[in-house]
Design a protein around this ligand. Structure first.
Ligand SMILES: [Ca+2]
Length: 370
């Protein structure tokens, strides 16, 4: 045991704490340097830019911190959600209320424990200089289950002011096709966490009225196209079969009845890559997964060569993956290796791309064009 501990210790010492690329990174349409905005974050997961130039960042074990423009990290804010922090569970995405400057409201999606196990929940509170005040859980997915995998989750606002949430299948693939379960779905909610009016299955007996789309596996990237307002999701496949999907109300994205992926042991999940009545992905990663988490369309001025492209964070791939978009769909891919697992991709108001690295010693990176 002593020898093994020594090996582990030496391995830890050999790895730089925040291993950002040291020199300029040359890619097909841009060259940039990676600056460390803030470090010392444990599995940072979600990021939001505040109107005053600060940022809010979540850490998966359940912490929320403010980051000043010069990169100084606050202490963990009091009042953050109590999370189920096991496996992939914990504190995930953060989203400002659409009228944040007036309301101060901040939304968190996270794993939460309750009767029967754990599921994904949304909690909302008011950000003040004292921390997060008046936190309330406004939505909890059902059914709760045992297990520590596939919680999703990302949140975005649509153009009508409704809140969309992406949810993983909780390793119960059949639930992705079951309208009586929230798991493996995207939901469309009011800002108070209730079913939004006009949802596609609201009138169907036995169907949960929050459901917007079904047939997802573990969508950990969801983003709104800044020009079309359409919502895009990037979903983890099993072994191979990560997908980019454009959401349409009521659509079925196929999991687990249609997929390009196979089981981790090499066995077949289904012979179908496509089925009638199910929507095919607009991009798929085979035979290996990149393990996508976090995505954003690029429309800033800092990287004119990336304009309109979808930037996707790769966990397993340890890369920023750029999907070239033409006529509203991906047509080509570039993988930009960065040496760290990339958990989230955000474009700052000034157009510079920010990344979160998924590590016990994670960081916020900023890409500065050179
Ligand atoms: Ca699919």
């Amino acid at each position: 045991m002593v020898g093994r501990s020594l090996v582990v210790l030496l391995a830890a010492l050999a790895v730089p704490a925040w291993a950002q690329p040291a020199g300029p990174v040359a890619s097909e349409r841009a060259t940039f340097r990676v600056s460390v905005v803030a470090a010392g974050l444990e599995h940072p997961w979600g990021l939001a830019f505040l109107p005053d130039g600060r940022m809010l960042v979540t850490e998966r074990p359940g912490r929320v911190r403010l980051v000043s423009p010069d990169g100084a990290l606050s202490a963990p804010l009091p009042g953050a959600p109590a999370v189920f922090a096991r496996g992939q569970g914990g504190l995930h995405d953060v989203l400002l209320h659409r009228a944040f400057a007036r309301t101060g409201l901040v939304y968190f999606c996270h794993a939460a424990e309750g009767p029967g196990g754990a599921s994904t929940a949304i909690s909302r509170g008011r950000l003040t200089e004292a921390g997060i005040e008046g936190l309330q859980t406004i939505f909890a997915a059902t059914p709760r289950t045992g297990g520590v995998l596939h919680f999703g989750c990302r949140m975005v606002w649509d153009g009508e002011g409704f809140l969309h949430l992406s949810l993983g299948d909780r390793m119960r693939p059949d639930q992705s096709q079951d309208l009586a379960s929230h798991n493996g779905k995207t939901l469309r909610l009011t800002e108070d966490g209730r079913p939004a009016p006009g949802n596609p299955f609201a009138a169907r007996p036995g169907a949960l009225p929050e459901i917007w789309t079904l047939g997802h596996r573990n969508p950990q990237a969801m983003t709104v196209h800044p020009e079309t307002g359409r919502i895009w999701v990037v979903d983890h496949g099993p072994r191979g079969g990560d997908e980019v999907n454009l959401l349409e109300a009521g659509a079925n994205y196929g999991w687990p009845r249609a997929t390009h992926g196979i089981n981790y042991d090499g066995s077949t999940i289904t012979e179908h890559r496509s089925l009638p009545g199910m929507v095919d992905p607009l991009w798929v990663w085979v035979p290996l997964s990149i393990a996508p988490s976090g995505a954003a369309f690029y429309v800033g001025a800092a990287f004119p060569g990336w304009r309109g492209d979808l930037l996707v964070g790769g966990l397993r791939e340890r890369a920023l993956v750029r999907l070239r978009m033409e006529d509203g769909r991906p047509v080509a891919e570039e993988r930009i290796p960065l040496g760290e697992r990339i958990r989230d991709v955000r474009v700052a108001p000034d157009g510079r791309v920010h990344l979160l690295t998924d590590s016990p010693r994670g960081a916020i990176w900023r890409l500065d064009p050179v």
